[in-house]
Ligand binder design. Structure first.
Ligand code: FAD
Length: 277
């Protein structure tokens, strides 16, 4: 059972509670991206168990016909064990989704970027675009990676980047990351046929995306986390934009919640208010 202090950011400790959250979100016009919490496994059995859970989840989502997809972390489904473990588990999940449930691949630290993009490219071509990948504006390579991704089917989620990366390969100053985010977003709206996902809570970035959409007409969606700017999520959906909420669930909730509470004082206060009211 998720304690009230964390339940704003995590849907529940099992798939059933996450699926109930999907219904509520969809009723508000917001789609769901379900993420079973877990990462950095170094044992094959743990990676296989979470991949099994995703196989089950994508089959349930496809049957329900709700507006929901999944997002998996490479180190959760085997990358910490071996590249082949990751690739086999990803292939199982994508095959089970069978084009009826969209599969996102989260991006982790820079040591995993190449293998993640390669896996995305393979599945994007094989499924004709039933998969998506996340790229991080703080990495200096990302603007170039977008040139490769522009020619592929599938979707690309642009985020600022959550990992503490060294300064020879990453921008570390907030304002420089914001500039890089704008530059990457502009490139994606200009060069992609569609499938741009704006993964940010920053009103400056989502506002810029709306301007770029007016200019280039490119299809896009906005993605935000559960528990963060939820009113804005519903308002943007009501205004006719495609909005998806990233919904973590599972019994490994503590570390995720702790990260959200540490990263912004608003998150900690929001969580505290939920307990006190
Ligand atoms: P920030 O730069 O943190 O803040 C900018 C502004 O946004 C703030 O000034 C404020 O106005 C607003 N804001 C931000 N947070 C709040 C809040 N809690 N309450 C109210 N206003 C707020 N990172 C990865 O490295 N890999 C991934 O695969 C990945 N997937 C993601 C998926 C989704 C859907 C999202 C939303 C993020 C993901 N991230 C991922 C995290 C991302 O890289 C950033 O660390 C995170 O989103 C913070 O950057 P930001 O652009 O949202 O806003």
């Amino acid at each position: 059972m998720i304690p009230p202090i964390a339940s704003n950011f995590v849907a529940g400790d099992d798939a059933a509670t996450a699926l109930a959250h999907v219904e509520t979100l969809n009723d508000d016009g917001v789609g769901a991206i379900l993420n079973l919490l877990g990462e950095h496994y170094d044992e094959r059995a743990a990676a296989d168990a979470d991949a099994d859970a995703y196989v089950d989840l994508v089959e349930r989502l496809a049957d329900r016909g709700r507006d929901a997809c999944v997002s998996v972390k490479p180190s959760q489904i085997g990358l910490g064990v071996s590249e082949s473990a990751f690739e086999e588990n990803l292939a199982r999940i994508v095959a089970a989704a069978d084009g009826d449930c969209f599969v996102w691949i989260d991006m982790e630290d820079h040591g995993t970027t190449d293998v993640t993009l390669d896996a995305f490219e393979r599945h994007a071509r094989e499924t004709d675009g039933a998969v998506g990948v996340c790229v991080q504006a703080n990495l200096k390579r990302t603007r170039r990676d977008l040139e490769r991704l522009a020619d592929l089917p599938g979707k690309v989620r642009l985020v600022k980047g959550a990992y503490d990366e060294p300064s020879d390969i990453a921008y570390r100053q907030k304002s420089r990351v914001n500039d890089a985010y704008r530059e990457c977003l502009e490139y994606a709206f200009r060069e992609f046929d569609g499938g741009v996902a704006v993964g940010s809570h920053d009103p400056a970035m989502t506002g810029y995306a709306l301007d770029l959409h007016d200019e280039y007409g490119t299809e896009f969606e906005i993605q935000m986390l559960m528990g963060v700017r939820e009113r804005a999520q519903v308002e943007l959906a009501a205004a006719g934009y495609d909005v998806y909420q990233y919904v973590p669930y599972g019994d490994r909730w503590f570390q995720y919640f702790y990260r959200r509470a540490r990263e912004r004082k608003e998150n900690a206060l929001f969580a505290l208010r939920a307990v006190l009211t």
